[in-house]
Design a protein around this ligand. Sequence first.
Ligand code: NAP
Ligand code: HSE
Length: 428
Amino acid sequence: MPQPLRLGIAGLGTVGIGTVKIIQRHAGLIAARTGREIAISAVSARSRTKNRDADLSAYGWEDDPVALATRKDVDVFVELMGGSGGPALAATKAAIAAGKDVVTANKAMLAHHGQSLAAAAEEKGHVIRFEAAVAGGIPVVKALTEGLAGNAISRVMGVMNGTCNYILTRMESAGLPYAEVFEEARQLGYLEADPNLDVGGIDAGHKLSLLAAIAFGTRVAFDAVELEGIGRISIDDIRRAGDMGYRIKLLGVAQMTGRGLEQRMSPCLVPADSPLGQLQGGTNMVVLEGDSVGQIVLRGPGAGEGPTASAVMADVIEIARGCRISTFGQPAATLADPVAAKATAPAPYYLRMELSDKPGALAKVATVLGEEGISIDRMRQYGHADTSAPVLIVTHKATRDAIDHALKRLPATGVLVDEAVAIRIETV
Ligand code: NAP
Ligand code: HSE
């Protein structure tokens, strides 16, 4: 049997310990599949004395992840600390400089530094693999780089943040307001240390930018992702959207159009009976569309110890088998500079507004929409309160610009009781 593949694991939290446990539990199975043993040479975390629910006594210890990354007895540096910069970036750079392969679950680091890290690794003939960084246990990076490598990809779309999907589906099922469910998610430990990474759409935006790079052969362009979080979604939006046959999802969409690369992570309406509409709780779903294969739907756990460690191990095993796939599926030096689409493709929109219950109110709204070139597809007016009435409108395809202009003009009609809400309806 060839020499064992020797790992240095930095980060012994949820994902790190999950990875150690798989290596310990499945040593025989992994060796049989790779023809090679996977050994842990040493580990690193902030605290050496913390009780970690795994026996680490057989491994070396480094206080400094950079020292771990450059150890002679480490072939693959496994970065599971997190953070876009700081020790994760320093140690990853050190590992590459020292000629190691790298496996990481760190979407934030790759969204900001993936291009330069990949180029540096590839210059030295080494690889960076990141299956765990996108949609946890779902093997979507491998699906794109390997399974669908013969396809021109037209669209990548999905729910890639379990916490947001938990919040939105829980608001609907329990009839609770956003703030209450947000607090519940915090108590359950679902939220990142900085919750805005989740609810602001940033974490999911990081993931989308990585998939877009693979799908379209472009440099990672996280800064070009149009981001909007779920903080403004009310229980009313969820209920009213449901009445019109839709569910609200924090949906990521990346597509290459005639106008350039479009990357959006924002609340969208999807048909309630579609696979995305049916997605409950913390589960993730990624939809991939290729010219030969058509549409592929991948669904599974997007986070947690077992699922994320499972994805880390897929990368480790890939390296142990001798596969040397470029970080983004093609050499980093050949990735094109993406031209960011200046405007998103037109789509139907859902508009919710509360109108004064007086003659001509609806006509004033319809006039503004008409003048902005927005055509109404469906409309519903609810039984009104004392002086106002909720109105829902589903438009035909319109540009975001036209919708924004209309939203700006509507208050001047004097018939709006509250700010109007507009949410894009995605064709899925
Ligand atoms: P975590 O539970 O917070 O664990 C982080 C680990 O890194 C801890 O063991 C911590 O040490 C260690 N660490 C932090 N700073 C360090 C430093 N300066 N030097 C050495 N060690 C340091 O995080 P996690 O949830 O496992 O996430 C790890 C990575 O996986 C992140 O990039 C995250 O985005 C990604 N990820 C996580 C999930 C998930 O479900 N958790 C899913 C997908 C991707 P101490 O334990 O001593 O504090
Ligand atoms: N905060 C992330 C989520 C963790 O909720 O999906 C997995 O990346």
